[in-house]
Design a protein around this ligand. Structure first.
Ligand code: NAP
Length: 520
């Protein structure tokens, strides 16, 4: 376990906190827009290269670590993060305006995620070993780590999708060193977590290049990092614009590399008439919908931004209940001034679209950057004819779309962009129509929910937090849950190898006791 040291205000490169020579930034308290100390010096191109070179060197030893050592390392990071909970929560709340309660939960989620990857590393399943001993040749297949991974975290999860969040944890679990581009909206939080990772690197005597934390602007150092020849894959969570810029750079390198970017979604919810059959169900649905939009100030990639509600008396009553709920809400501080301004631009833009109206809004909260939540109403024809209605508004806003027939839901599902989630609310009476919609939702989203709201994401073995573009850049995996490890590995096959030259996971003694498919 470690204790926090005073913040260094600079990058962690090859095991040392090194003052940057490329200007500086500070964090801001979004409640007041006041600058926060200390300032953070930004890494130069040469300093970035030191970090990527160290990561490349570290790969050669880290990729060979035993399951026990790698799992112990991940568990130590988790223990260190837990030990710093108080400092992390305090700093993160200052830098993001998120509540201590929410952040305490996020710390636990982050360390539990690391522990889950530790268990996965020990189980050995991710090596995906297949052995075929004949009849003509002996072939042995396994998955190996890709090499150093560049990770970019999001503003809205300063822990679970940041410095030692899912992308970093899954890359380290796979056997890949990480160069993390610190998020400029929570620099101090990033450093505290960086201290936790460094403590674990030192405790286990790993090569210091296994984890580097680099401060700089995304459009400068972030782009250089994505273009660096040492980097073999990129993990990203954030805006569509940022993800697309990284994809462009990564695919246009002399040697292109894969990008796993989680970007943009409106997470449609399909409410069938059966879900609104009585006042009690409609009332609780309206309350739960409002809570899912306003929690964390709506700054969740899984926030339901489009809700399809049937026309008719029951639908009207539901919309009225939602309007009453929204009218009683109060805005919470958003993550940054820039994000609050982007929310306002999105709301203004949607409001001026023909056929769209504001149905209700809450009151602004205290302090800066806390606008009142907004719910809009429109109809399905307007949605089908105007792509602006599909644009994500990051923050507490949502659009209710009224429809006349289940066939119109099919039309909508066919024109919607790729999504992280799609949610169905129905009773058994609707199952005929729901059955027909499901294949369309399978093509649309990474996770389909029956009932509930998509904002909570379980961290486990069967979850998918992914989906077709633009929800992510690659729908073949997930950024949450243990499957995420496979993004940073590739298959390799050994043909006719002498027993003594075979690597551990595919050799006959099976020293690592990994699950294997043999001669099936
Ligand atoms: P972001 O702006 O995309 O930033 C994520 C990370 O990527 C940051 O470290 C950022 O660097 C870096 N980055 C941004 N653009 C880049 C580029 N062109 N090249 C290389 N790196 C780049 O995402 P965010 O901070 O989470 O959210 C900010 C905006 O994105 C908000 O206005 C919000 O409306 C929108 N958005 C976010 C999400 C989400 O889930 N987080 C979802 C939808 C929309 P810097 O530190 O220099 O910024």
């Amino acid at each position: 376990m470690i204790t926090a040291t005073a913040l260094h205000g600079c990058s962690l490169i090859d095991g040392t906190w090194i003052p940057g020579t490329n200007g500086e930034i500070t964090g801001f308290d979004p409640r007041t827009n006041a600058r926060l100390e200390p300032s953070y010096s930004l890494a130069s191109s040469a300093q970035l290269r030191k970090a990527t070179t160290a990561a490349k060197r570290a790969f050669q030893s880290y990729r060979l670590t035993s399951p026990e050592l790698r799992a112990d390392f991940l568990n130590s990071i988790a223990d260190n993060i837990d030990a710093l909970t108080e400092e992390i929560v305090q700093r993160a709340s200052l830098e993001t305006g998120l509540t201590p309660a929410r952040l305490t939960g996020e710390v636990a989620r982050t360390s539990n995620q690391l522990r889950l990857f530790a268990t996965t590393v020990k189980s050995g399943e991710f090596h995906r070993v297949r052995i075929e001993r004949g009849p003509r040749v002996d072939l042995r297949q396994r998955h190996i780590p890709l090499g150093p991974v560049a990770v970019f975290g999001a503003s809205n999860f300063p822990l679970a999708f940041s410095t030692a969040g899912g992308d970093t944890a899954s890359a380290l679990a796979a056997g890949c060193p990480v160069v993390f581009k610190a998020h400029n909206a929570h620099p101090g939080t990033a450093e505290l977590v960086g201290q936790a990772v460094l403590g674990a690197v030192e405790k286990h005597g790993l090569d210091a290049g296994v984890f580097n934390l680099v401060y700089g602007r995304g459009v400068e150092i972030g782009q250089e990092l994505a273009a660096d020849p040492a980097i073999q894959a990129i993990g990203f969570t954030g805006s569509r614009q940022g993800g697309l810029a990284l994809m462009h750079t990564a695919f246009n390198r002399p040697v292109p590399v894969p990008v796993f970017a989680e970007m943009s979604a409106t997470n449609p919810v399909f409410v069938f008439p059966g879900a609104l059959a009585d006042l009690e169900s409609s009332t609780s649905l309206a309350a739960a919908f409002t809570a899912s939009i306003t929690g964390s100030s709506g700054q969740l990639c899984t926030k339901p931004g489009l809700v399809f509600v049937p026309r008719g008396v029951a639908g009207d009553a539901f919309v009225q209940l939602v309007a009453s709920e929204f009218a009683g809400t109060t805005g919470q501080t958003m993550l940054t001034k820039g994000i609050a301004e982007a929310w306002q631009r999105g709301v203004d833009n949607l409001e001026k679209q023909p056929g769209v109206g504001i149905r209700a809004h809450g009151k602004p909260g205290a302090g800066e950057n806390a606008p009142g939540p907004v719910v809009f109403e429109s109809d399905i024809q307007t949605l089908l004819n105007n792509a602006v209605l599909q644009e994500e508004i990051f923050g507490a806003a949502s659009l209710i779309v009224r429809y006349d027939s289940p066939e119109q839901l099919h039309e909508a599902a066919l024109v919607l962009e790729g999504q992280l989630t799609a949610t169905i609310h129905s009773s058994q009476d609707d199952f005929g129509e729901v059955t027909q919609l499901i294949p369309l939702l399978e093509d649309l989203a990474g996770r389909i929910l029956f009932g509930g709201w998509p904002t909570g994401v379980e961290v486990g073995h069967a979850v998918i937090h992914g989906g077709p573009f633009p929800a992510t850049s690659n729908a073949q995996s997930t950024s949450v849950g243990t499957l995420a490890i496979e993004r940073f590995m590739r298959p390799i096959s050994y043909q006719s190898f002498p027993a003594e030259l075979l690597p551990d996971p595919v050799s006959d003694p099976n020293k690592w006791a990994v699950p294997r498919e043999i001669d099936r």
